[in-house]
Ligand binder design. Structure first.
Ligand SMILES: Cc1cc2nc3c(=O)[nH]c(=O)nc-3n(C[C@H](O)[C@H](O)[C@H](O)COP(=O)(O)OP(=O)(O)OC[C@H]3O[C@@H](n4cnc5c(N)ncnc54)[C@H](O)[C@@H]3O)c2cc1C
Length: 406
């Protein structure tokens, strides 16, 4: 039997394509895999080993038309919706997790600019984005750690703008992005919360970034940043002087939770693909059997694939739910609960699946840059905010019907 030009042994089960990609998105997924194989994978190992920012890979992603995937086509974006975003992140992550994470943060930053920004701000930033300029999100602060929605930094009024002083603990694309959405507070806010977002360019006076040396995602430059007496003109404030928690729930968290969950799912699939490939190829001379010829190994592969597919099924269902929510003119915060479950599950299973993949791969998997890279990269998932501890708490509170947010 021949399927997609591949000759299959008689009796081999064909997995239906809809199980792997939502109908209508096959072409997008195919393009993403080609880009991953040809452009992201060849640079991934060097980026990891030398901790170097995957600038060229990100340029190739932008050149392929994926610089602003969630922005409507009428406004210059791809208009691929949240389902398109999830498919791309999940596919790219199978080849280079660092590029994928930088691109996910960039996409969340661009969507924040789009939803919270004025027409004038969009016109100033989106054309650059389409040419490959990169955005970042500077939220987490050392003082409040995982509670990134509670910042202690402040930006009081100063002349015709604000004077920003902020310490940030982790910023993906720190020092590499062209601009950042910086979360800070406006001390005299009359809004329900003091959270304020400022657009800050990387080359502005007072902006400093520091190196990132970490276990995984080593190319993504997620180091600390300092904003020291940075003057931000009024026209670079996104939205109001305070009251921006609304955008945490309606833009930043939804994009971030979906995009990162897709990335963890893709890393898990990438590790498992490598393990399956290796198990088929490695043959023991004494038994004449391949590693895949041992039933215990096949069971391990099956258990791991079921875990990956459970996350992928949640991913696409959630993304489609988000697309429907927007199409029906409703607020994305309605999707937070499924997003919490999705991110927690994807970040949990990536730890388990990458471990299983390494075990099945034996010594080969342990060698630098093989399956071990997937394991190191994927381990960030449960730690990245909202962390799995915090998400489980919000899910649990929702289940017992008490307010989730204090
Ligand atoms: C690779 C990487 C990239 C990142 N990129 C960005 C970025 O681009 N922008 C950005 O703003 N941030 C970024 N972060 C920060 C990230 O989102 C988290 O906020 C941060 O990792 C939390 O770390 P912490 O050391 O401050 O945790 P801590 O707050 O010190 O937490 C330590 C432990 O306590 C638990 N904990 C904390 N609070 C609670 C609670 N209320 N209930 C139960 N348990 C709790 C945590 O879950 C964790 O297990 C990044 C982090 C990493 C690792």
């Amino acid at each position: 039997m021949t399927v997609n030009n591949i000759v299959l042994e008689e009796g081999v089960m064909q997995i239906p394509s809809w199980w792997k990609v939502p109908p209508g998105y096959e072409k997008l997924q195919e393009t993403a895999h080609l880009l991953g194989k040809n452009e992201l994978l060849p640079r991934a190992s060097t980026s990891d080993q030398q901790s170097c920012y995957p600038r060229e890979s990100l340029r190739k992603i932008a050149d392929a038309g994926f610089a602003a995937v969630t922005i409507p086509a009428d406004d210059g974006g791809l208009g691929a919706g949240f389902t398109g975003f999830a498919i791309l992140s999940q596919s790219f992550a199978q080849y280079c997790a660092s590029s994928t994470m930088c691109w996910v943060m960039h996409t969340a930053a661009v969507q924040t600019l789009y939803t919270a920004g004025t027409d004038q701000q969009r016109q100033r930033y989106i054309p650059g984005v389409l040419k490959g300029e990169i955005g970042g999100l500077a939220f987490s602060e050392p003082a409040t750690g995982s509670h990134f929605w509670n910042v202690v930094s402040e930006a009081p009024r100063h002349g015709d703008g604000y004077l920003l002083n902020a310490d940030k603990s982790f910023v993906t694309s720190a020092g590499e992005a062209d601009w950042y959405v910086v979360a800070t507070s406006f001390p005299n806010s009359v809004e329900s919360d003091k959270l304020m977002f400022l657009l800050v360019n990387n080359n502005q006076e007072g902006v400093e970034s520091f190196p990132f040396s970490a276990m995984g995602l080593r190319g993504n430059s997620s180091g600390p940043m300092k904003f020291k007496d940075v003057f931000v003109p009024k026209e670079d404030r996104l939205g109001s002087e305070g009251g921006m928690n609304y955008y945490n729930d309606n833009t930043i968290d939804p994009l971030f939770l979906l995009g990162t969950a897709a990335c963890w799912t893709g890393i898990a699939q990438g590790a498992l693909n490598a393990a399956i490939d290796g198990a088929k190829k490695k043959v023991h001379a004494d038994t004449g059997k391949s590693v895949a010829g041992y039933q215990v190994i096949r069971h391990e592969l099956a258990k791991a694939q079921i875990l990956v597919d459970s996350a992928r099924a949640m991913l696409y269902r959630t993304a489609e739910g988000m697309d429907n929510t927007i199409q029906n003119g409703r607020a994305l915060s309605e999707c937070l609960y499924p997003l919490w479950q999705l991110k927690t599950h994807a970040a949990d299973i990536v730890i388990q699946v990458t471990n299983q993949a390494l075990q099945v791969s034996g010594g080969r998997g342990y060698l630098t840059g093989q399956v071990e890279k997937f394991l190191r990269d994927g381990r960030a998932g449960a730690i990245m905010g909202p962390t799995n501890e915090i998400l489980r708490e919000w899910i649990g509170k929702t289940l017992i019907e008490v307010p989730w947010f204090e």
